[in-house]
Design a protein around this ligand. Structure first.
Ligand code: FEO
Length: 397
């Protein structure tokens, strides 16, 4: 059982940890996740966000360790997605259905679409301020980070940013704060960015610029998942700046599937060729590596090299899954190349090249096709292809 954690004299983290979840709508969550919610005690008591529906009782139990839930005066919904609003009807039933739920303009529409039960919804404008006593809350619209209704709530006097999904990580563990978990949090945060926010990188850049231009001071960031950044919020802001610029590092990711080990042999030689140029490489079998782990590596790689055998005139299903997933997240500034073994028709390389084109990637090699089993000459060609791509990466990064 999670118990509330005091984060300032009058603000508590009251959310829940989901230790069991391993698949978060297609994202592998080996460390589970948390659904963070925050309670501000003041003349008007405010709950910021709720949790997944299944955790409603746990949330209410956490709140009741601090105050009688019926003493909550209003709820702020920073974002409608069900991991944060699923428990909203249960919360409103307990605290009083007439209590106000504040949300963005789009939140008004989205919350109505999700819940048939009547909620006393009220929308706030970007930049609008409310006083709840000693605390002033400011609302900042963050449309498409990562939902149309997303917004942040800023507690002005404490300089705390309640950032909804942004700056989060899927992590459930013993730690609540960045100074408790140490450096490992950055791996969770990078995976989260790659799989949830990469597609919205230009909006992240705009947001960071606006924050910088407005001189908004941030002493703590409280996201809706994972740890709270109280010691060094600047660290995750800098990481978001870096990731959202999509400036690649000297790294290639070679992903492949294989039918009778021929494409796997090609993949290993290509990876060796990349390494021979002094460039880092990740070799990832799509049947052993989860798509979200592949995406995390692809995020900052300069080159994506994909191998698929030809199956029924197409590419392998798991490769199609991973390519569809990568395409949706719109990685930028990538070189690409394809390879694969085939029996009689051999369309896989052509299909992959089309996918690279559609993703705006620069195809650096026409692709390498080998019939049935690669011989020594074929493997040398694979090595050379990897070496050539590695050199190109080294020149451009
Ligand atoms: Fe954590 Fe977009 O929900």
């Amino acid at each position: 059982m999670f118990k509330p954690v005091k984060i300032t004299d009058n603000i508590y983290s009251v959310g829940c940890r989901d230790w069991d979840i391993r698949d978060f709508h297609g994202y592998s969550t080996y460390s589970g996740t948390s659904y963070n919610a925050f309670l501000i005690l003041d003349k008007q008591n405010v709950l910021i966000d709720t949790v997944k529906k299944e955790f409603a009782d746990e949330l209410l139990d956490n709140i009741s360790r601090i105050i009688d839930p019926s003493k909550i005066d209003m709820v702020i919904s920073n974002h409608t997605e069900m991991d944060h609003s699923g428990a909203l009807p249960a919360v409103m039933n307990t605290i009083g259905k007439d209590k106000t739920v504040l949300c963005s303009k789009m939140g008004l529409k989205n919350l109505k679409s999700h819940f048939s039960s009547a909620l006393n919804l009220k929308s706030v404008e970007h930049g609008e301020k409310i006083s709840i006593g000693k605390h002033t809350l400011v609302f900042l619209e963050t449309k498409m980070l990562h939902w149309p209704d997303s917004m942040f709530t800023y507690a002005k006097e404490d300089k705390i940013l309640f950032s909804s999904d942004a700056f989060g990580q899927h992590y459930a563990g013993d730690c609540t704060f960045d100074d408790e978990i140490g450096e490992s949090v950055m791996d969770h945060a990078a995976k989260y960015y790659a799989n949830i926010l990469l597609n919205y990188s230009s909006r992240v850049q705009d947001l960071l610029k606006n924050v910088s231009d407005s001189g908004l001071e941030i002493s703590m960031i409280c996201p809706d998942h994972g740890i709270i950044w109280r010691d060094n919020p600047g660290k995750i802001i800098q990481a978001y700046d870096r990731w959202s610029r999509q400036e690649p590092v000297k790294k290639a990711v070679v992903i492949f599937d294989t039918m009778w080990n021929s494409t796997a042999k090609m993949a290993r030689e290509i990876a060796k060729g990349v390494e021979s140029s002094g460039v880092n490489v990740r070799l990832m079998n799509t049947r052993k590596c989860h798509r979200s782990d592949i995406m995390t590596e692809v995020m900052d790689a300069k080159a994506l090299i994909v191998g698929s055998p030809t199956l029924n005139n197409g590419i392998f299903p798991v490769i199609a899954d991973v390519i569809t997933y990568i395409k949706g997240l719109k990685p930028k500034n990538k070189l690409a190349a394809a390879f694969g073994s085939y029996g009689w028709s051999g369309e896989a390389v052509k299909i992959l090249n089309k996918e690279f084109q559609d993703m705006g990637m620069e195809i650096v090699d026409d692709g390498l096709k080998v019939q049935y089993v690669p011989d020594k000459d074929d493997l040398n060609k694979c090595f050379e292809m990897g070496h050539k791509i590695g050199q190109k990466i080294a020149e451009t990064c």
